[in-house]
Ligand binder design. Sequence first.
Ligand code: ZN
Length: 54
Amino acid sequence: MEAYCVKCKAKSDMKNPKVVRTKKGGYMAKGSCAKCDTTMCRMMSKEQAEEMEK
Ligand SMILES: [Zn+2]
């Protein structure tokens, strides 16, 4: 999965993405940047989250 890395200032591959719920009930993928290991997250739709949890 691709996400924006603030450290690389570019889109990068996310390692070990995990689906987490936000306080507002939304879904977010959380993982680390494949290039620099910085924690990165990305907002997801419910459909995307359910697809990942399979
Ligand atoms: Zn990075």
